[in-house]
Ligand binder design. Structure first.
Ligand SMILES: Nc1ncnc2c1ncn2[C@@H]1O[C@H](COP(=O)(O)OP(=O)(O)OP(=O)(O)O)[C@@H](O)[C@H]1O
Ligand SMILES: [Mg+2]
Length: 237
């Protein structure tokens, strides 16, 4: 599925990944986060080869340093809004009033400070996706992976949720990898990569106008994620 899909992504960059259905975009995110394992190739993250980590270190690494936003929100229906967000902190060892305070503050940032104890299925799609964004960022991950985050929202709602995702990620200096079919969303990224025939290619059509400024951002020459792969075929592990 992935074949010599090579890319270096700068710390703090917002990168859109485009490509037709079935081209392997979700697989790519799963390989980067270590959910799926590639037959060959490496994923380096902040100078560390995460592909070399065995379980459970790989899970712990992902839990601590990566946040996820999915197309279908993936919230836990038996937990209320604040509990959905707090769970991520608790999994990382943050408990009690500290965890409650941080979840509430994060939810206030996405505009849901007054919905802390609502059931998630009482919320609109846009609100649920804002809970998912809060959940993805509450533990201050270095990398946020978003797989078609506006794919299940109507256009107007998508236009409201997108700036929340981009601005909060940028405010934290986190790196964002966002899979999208949405050309407006892709244009808001610093850089656009197209996945085609297993390879990642720089897309010049979209995002070109905003790319140079951010790529030249001073003092950010750290490589957040360095993906080198040869004849990769992701296999669930
Ligand atoms: N667990 C799996 N086992 C075997 N094949 C899989 C698995 N997951 C995905 N595939 C196959 O790998 C290919 C790429 O799938 P992937 O989900 O990464 O595509 P995508 O680019 O995200 O597509 P979409 O835009 O429709 O979400 C598809 O042909 C799919 O059928
Ligand atoms: Mg997909």
């Amino acid at each position: 599925m992935l074949d010599h899909a090579d890319a270096q992504i700068q710390d703090g960059a917002a990168v859109a990944v485009i490509g037709r259905s079935g081209s392997g975009k979700s697989t790519l995110l799963n390989v980067i986060s270590g959910i799926d394992r590639a037959d060959s190739g490496v994923v380096e993250f902040g100078g560390r080869d995460v592909t070399a980590l065995a379980e459970p270190a790989r899970t712990l690494f992902r839990r601590a340093h990566v946040g996820f936003v999915y197309q279908f929100f993936n919230l836990i229906p038996t937990l209320d809004v604040e509990e959905n967000v707090r769970l991520v902190l608790e999994l990382n060892g943050v408990r009690g009033s500290d965890a409650r305070r941080r979840s509430a503050a994060m939810l206030a940032e996405v505009g849901l400070g007054d919905r802390l104890h609502s059931a998630v299925d009482e919320l609109s799609g846009g609100e649920q996706q804002r809970v998912a964004i809060a959940r993805a960022l509450v533990h201050e991950p270095a990398l946020l992976l978003a797989d078609e985050p506006t794919g299940n929202l109507d256009e107007e709602t998508a236009r409201q949720v997108l700036p929340v995702l981009l601005s909060l990620t940028r405010a934290r200096g986190a790196t964002l990898l966002i899979v999208t079919h949405d050309s407006v969303l892709a244009r808001s990224a610093d850089r656009v990569l197209e996945l085609r025939e297993g390879r990642l290619r720089e897309s010049v059509a979209a995002g070109a106008e905003s790319a140079p400024a951010v790529l030249a951002k001073p003092g950010s020459d750290n490589v957040a994620a360095d993906l080198r792969s040869a004849n990769e075929r992701a296999s669930s592990s």
